[in-house]
Design a protein around this ligand. Sequence first.
Ligand SMILES: Nc1ncnc2c1ncn2[C@@H]1O[C@H](COP(=O)(O)OP(=O)(O)OP(=O)(O)O)[C@@H](O)[C@H]1O
Length: 248
Amino acid sequence: MISLHNLTVSYQRHPAVHHVSGRFAPGQATAIFGPNGAGKSTLLKTIMGAIRPDSGEVRFDGFGRKDIAYLPQQSEIDRSLPVSVIDLVSSGHWRQSGLFGRVGRKLDEVSWNALVSVGLEDFALHPVAALSSGQFQRVLFARILVQDARLILLDEPFNAVDARTTFDLLALVRRWQEEGRTVIAVLHDYEQVRAFFPQTLLMAREVVAWGATDTVLTDSNLKRASETAAHWQANAPVCAVDGQGARP
Ligand SMILES: Nc1ncnc2c1ncn2[C@@H]1O[C@H](COP(=O)(O)OP(=O)(O)OP(=O)(O)O)[C@@H](O)[C@H]1O
């Protein structure tokens, strides 16, 4: 179980995530939804440990950060890596093999099966740099399959991905839920959220609503989220509550 306790995360002391509390439903898929600049990616990075909060905390009940698989936005990934598709997928085994360790036959088979699951086995020996955006995203999902993580964090996983690929990858999200994994994904597509994510956290720096998707994505909540975002200013004063604890 993952819960957030009065979590505030700032850049140059301006909170991007502000006093957020709540718990993610274990073994279910939660969408983080909200306008641009709402703090969605910041929250995901804080959960996976890449950003330190100013105050409050993320609590993991029963498992640790080693159980997390994280997929950043494509724009944050260097795709010019001089590695093959199968090598990138196999790097998901690093916990078993060590960072520079050799992957044994059994793990090789797991990597191969993951590539088959995303329909890219014919590309196994291709260089990663030669893939299209959609193919690359399939490879990253295969790597997550290999990681076998209990918590899966996805940041805008279907950006620049065509409808067919999105459909196939959403089937994996559904499979992960059936396997009892917890999935948290930043999404912008309302219909995808409604169809595939039973839980939603609607945020605009603060929590607007959090719970069953049907009860969260109401017209009034969506209006409130966009109004809150419209009123947010980058040069707004530092929160008085957080001022003491915020980083310089
Ligand atoms: N590295 C950074 N340095 C300074 N400010 C940042 C940084 N990253 C994000 N911000 C600011 O924090 C706020 C929240 O950004 P974040 O990327 O978390 O929002 P988001 O909801 O994911 O947005 P989008 O939907 O546009 O991707 C924005 O105002 C953004 O400009």
